[in-house]
Design a protein around this ligand. Structure first.
Ligand SMILES: [Zn+2]
Length: 62
């Protein structure tokens, strides 16, 4: 079971109470799959999810 939270909008894993990208607080622990994106412009996964900022991302967020 995931204890980390992910932003529902950006899918980034949030280590705190606020999303570092959208500054939102719509976080969920109901996410699956972890992708660590270091170079969004070179990552196929990043393109699929629509990631532009390096970080840890959930592949699926509900
Ligand atoms: Zn966000």
């Amino acid at each position: 079971m995931a204890t980390e939270k992910a932003c529902k909008k950006c899918k980034i894993i949030v280590h705190g109470k606020q999303c570092p990208i959208c500054k939102g607080q719509e976080l969920t622990t109901n996410w699956r799959g972890l992708a660590i994106i270091l170079s969004p412009d070179k990552s196929e996964i990043a393109k699929q999810i629509g990631i532009e900022i390096p970080g840890e991302y959930a592949l699926k967020v509900r």
